[in-house]
Structure formats: C-alpha cells, structure tokens
Design a protein around this ligand. Structure first.
Ligand SMILES: NC(=O)c1ncn([C@@H]2O[C@H](COP(=O)(O)O)[C@@H](O)[C@H]2O)c1NC=O
Length: 505
C-alpha cells in the first residue's frame, strides 16, 4: 500500500532547484524540518519550517560539523513503523517520524577538482548528510530518500504522480540511487586519501550508458563515463563499443603531433597517418597509406576540418570523424550521411591510469606517456641518418608506440606508408609491412622504419635493407643488439636506439 508523506527533513548544500519540490510538498500539507541555511531558504520561499535544533534541543556546533547528528533525528528516520517495540520508543522519546529525506551533500569532488586547500577539502567531507542518506535508504520501507540535487526532477515526478504518496518499490529505487550516491562519494574521498599509494582499487562512475552491444552483437556492453566532457556530438548514430576503443586509440595517437596531422584508424591501429602543411594534404596522404583499410574507419584530425577536406572525406564511407572543429561549409558535406558520427573534441585532459580486467582481477597501469624526440635518437651505426630520416624515425616511432605489438611502421616524408601490427613475431610484422607498402606502389628506398621493441636477431635489419629502408629506430636492449648493429653497418643502414620500449596489447 502507498505511504503518504507527512514530514520531510531537508538539508541541502545547493539550495537552487528546490522550489517546485517545496511547493508540491506544501500543497500536500507536508511539514518541513530543516538545518540552518536550508531552513532560511525554505522560509524565504514563504513556507513554514521547523528547525532541527528545536527538535534536538541542541544547537548546531563545531562550525556545522554537528547539525543533524542526533538520536531524535535518526530515531525519527530509522523507526520501523510496523514494529511495536520501535513505536514504543517513538512514543517514549517523542521521536518526530520523518517520511521523506532530501539531502544534497557538501561538494567534496568539486573542492578537490578546484584545487581547494587540504583544510577546505577535509571540511567538505559531509558526515551528517551521508548519515541521513544511509539511514533513510536503509529504512526505505517507510522512508523516501532523495540523495542528490541530480534526482530532483525524478522526485518531483514521483511526488506529483500520487499527491506525495509512494509505493515501497518506488522508495526502493530511490534507496538504490541513494547508495549509488553515498558509495561514489566515499570512493572519491578514498581516492583523495589514496592518491599516491594506490593501495586499493575503487572506481565510481555516476554516468553509464548501455551500448547497443559489446565487441560483437552477442555480447552485452556498457560504457561507464561521461562522453559529454570530452566531445560535442554534432550528429550520427550511437557510438559503439568498438568505436570508443578506436577513438581512444586515435586521440592518443593524434596528440603526439603538432603539425597538421590526419589519422585513420581500424581496430585500434592507424592504417594511415600523415603530417603536412595543410590538413587537406595530410588527409590525402593519410588515405593514400592504405585506402582499402580506411573504408569504415575512424578518422581523427588535429586541425579544424575545412570545406575542401570535407569534400574529400565525404567521398569515403567512414564510421566516425573527430576534429577540434569544423567550418560551417565543411559540415554541409559531412552531415550528408546521417549515420556518420561527427564529434568535436572539447577537452584534451586525459586520465592518468588505464584499466583492463584479467582473470578474476583488474590490471592498472599508467598510460604510456613517453614520447621520444631527436635527443633520444642515439645513433649506433657508422652511417648516420639525415635530418629527413631523423624526422621520419621520430614519426615512425610515434606511430609504432600506438600500434598493437608486435609492430613495425614504415614512414617516408612524414607519411605512414605501411605497418605490420599484432603479429606474433617481429619479422612477420616487417614482412607484412613491406608487402603492404609495395602492394600500394610505394618505393621503400630511403624509407625509415620504427619497431616497438628490440630485434632479437639481425634478420629484420637484413629484410629492411633488402627492401630499400635506410634508417631504423628501435629501443635496443637485446643481448644480441650488436648482431643487428653489425648487420646495419654491413648493409650501410643507419640505426638509432631510444632505450624506450613501447609494447601495446
Ligand atoms: N554535520 C551534520 O550533522 C550535518 N547534517 C547535514 N549536513 C549537511 O549540511 C548541508 C546543509 O546545511 P545548511 O542547511 O546549514 O546549509 C547539507 O549539505 C547536508 O548534507 C551536515 N554537515 C556535515 O556533515
């Protein structure tokens, strides 16, 4: 049977947004009980309100650290209405029964994010509010809990539907949401205290989105997070599980480059990427790298898309395009196909840690943020690379870092001309790359090659030289490095070691 709300305890940090709730409750003759600031607000809206202090006969103290923490308040929330013994206590202690609790907690996370001082942050750990939430949610059979201002609109809908009467099932749903709020709140506090040691893994994501499916249609998939913080979506179908993975790979890759650069990704690997003086030229050269794989790919640019580039892109079937911006004329072309997902990147902040579930646990590691520059290219051969070759080695090394292991990249004139990715042996990756480059008509003479890890044998150097490659960059670190260096010297190839391995699985 529905229960009718007679008394509501309201204690909220953000007062705005309460008006309609107050009016709805007041129209149903609900009595308001409230703490200092919230009570002032309720009265300012023209409604009568009982102070918590008058119920507890105890003043708010310790700068607000203690307001609602009192047996009279918690007894009034936690008493089970159908329990005779509880009701006896209610009568003896004159506990005012509370049927609805509305809380909006101190903004702990925002205070941390806004660079609050340690003292300010500690003071934003809500104690009374979180206790009210837990108590009301525990007693959901009798009490309705609204645990955040984010739930005000659902609350209004519920209150209006039956003139402030609610069913047990409805209260249970709100209780579930309340525990989502309280657990996320405590997780944020824990993560703040645990910032340096990472002694436990606690993740809380308020936003979640059920995806159409997971990696394949027979797998369910959910994304936890808020994409609106990262992109504005201009148009297109829902992002899929695989789109999200490719976008993550693309964003990480494109951020390595400062010159106008365009990349096309498939299954987490770049099938084309190039830097040029304009984004149009960069797109044309990126596509040229592997026009077959580009079909249905994820495209990403580090410059706004102009009309000419959009016209070229429009000729191709693509899943997603991500850019910092789009000219109005460009959008006219790109939006012609309505399924095409068009995203504007609005925030370049990235997470520091990445996670992956394995077996019965979760792996956590820092993102691979090492980017090698010219200073890291230690030449170990008699032949030294030209300036152009050094530029291409740096380019090849950036792309190989973002390609799945074992990975080899072949680059000429700031254009990826082929790669070999995801092979179980490095030599197979190289063979794949050479074959691809030749298949698309590229001349490998003078090309540079990147490898995500060392060469265990000199066979890769031999194959590369035979194909015309003249400069190789690799991390080194094999006990047999010297064999590869000797082979490079013998064949007149220059080789640089970076000392940094870039496996990616
Ligand atoms: N200490 C307490 O007993 C206590 N009870 C409720 N609060 C919080 O105080 C805030 C409302 O205070 P006021 O109505 O005075 O503006 C709410 O964010 C509520 O979560 C408390 N503050 C912190 O714990």
């Amino acid at each position: 049977m529905d229960k009718v709300i007679k008394r509501a305890l309201i204690s909220v940090f953000h007062k705005e947004g309460l008006q309609e709730i107050l009016k709805t409750l007041n129209d149903a003759s609900v009595e308001f009980v409230s703490t200092g600031g919230t009570m002032e607000y309720i009265k300012s809206q023209g409604y009568p309100c009982t102070s918590v202090e008058s119920i507890t006969s105890s003043p708010e103290m310790l700068d607000g650290r203690v307001k609602t923490l009192h047996p009279k308040v918690f007894g009034g929330i936690l008493a089970i209405r159908e329990n005779e013994k509880h009701q006896e206590d209610v009568r003896k202690q004159a506990l005012p029964l509370i049927d609805l609790v509305i809380v909006d907690l101190y903004p702990f996370e925002e205070t941390v994010a806004n660079g609050g001082t340690p003292e300010e942050i500690i003071e934003k750990i809500d104690i009374g509010g979180i206790s009210l939430i837990r108590a009301a949610a525990k007693n959901y059979k009798d009490v309705l809990i609204c645990a955040s201002r984010n739930q005000y609109s659902s609350l209004i809908g519920l209150l209006k539907a039956k003139n402030c009467a609610t069913s047990e099932a409805e209260r249970r749903t709100f209780a579930k949401e309340a525990f989502a709020v309280s657990s996320a709140y405590d997780t944020a506090i824990f993560n703040y205290f645990d910032e340096d040691s990472h002694s436990h893994l606690r993740i809380a994501a308020d936003e979640q989105k059920t995806l159409r499916y997971g990696e394949n249609p027979h797998q369910r998939g959910i994304f936890f997070g808020d994409l609106n913080q990262v992109f504005d979506k201009i148009q297109g179908k829902e992002l899929s599980y695989n789109n999200l993975q490719d976008i993550e790979a693309g964003v990480n890759l494109i951020d390595e480059f400062t010159a106008p650069t365009f990349a096309i990704l498939k299954h987490g690997n770049a099938c084309g990427i190039a830097s040029r003086g304009t984004i149009l030229e960069a797109y044309i050269k990126a596509l040229e790298g592997d026009p077959i794989s580009a079909f249905g790919g994820v495209m990403i640019s580090n410059r706004p898309i102009d009309e000419e580039t959009a016209k070229e892109i429009d000729k191709l079937f693509l899943e997603v395009i991500v850019a910092p911006d789009y000219d109005t004329e460009a959008l006219k072309h790109l939006t012609r196909k309505q399924n095409r997902i068009i995203l504007t990147r609005k925030n370049k902040d990235k997470q520091h840690w990445q996670y992956k579930s394995v077996l019965n646990g979760v792996l956590m590691q820092e993102y691979d943020n090492a980017t090698e520059t010219k200073a890291d290219m230690q030449c170990v051969t008699q032949s030294t690379p030209s300036e152009d070759e050094i530029d291409d080695m740096i380019f090849a090394n950036k792309v190989v870092k973002h390609s799945k292991s074992n990975a080899i990249t072949l680059v000429k004139d700031s254009q990826l001309i082929a790669s070999g990715v995801g092979q179980t042996s490095r030599v197979d990756s190289l063979k794949q790359a050479i074959e691809k480059a030749q298949g698309f008509g590229f001349d490998l003479k003078g090309a540079s090659m990147g490898s995500d890890a060392f060469f265990p044998f000199p066979d890769c150097v031999e194959l590369a030289a035979k194909a015309g490659i003249t400069a190789i960059v690799q991390p080194g670190g094999s006990i047999k490095d010297q064999l590869s260096i000797d082979k490079a010297n013998e064949l007149g190839v220059s080789m640089c070691l970076t000392g940094v391995r870039h496996f990616k699985h």
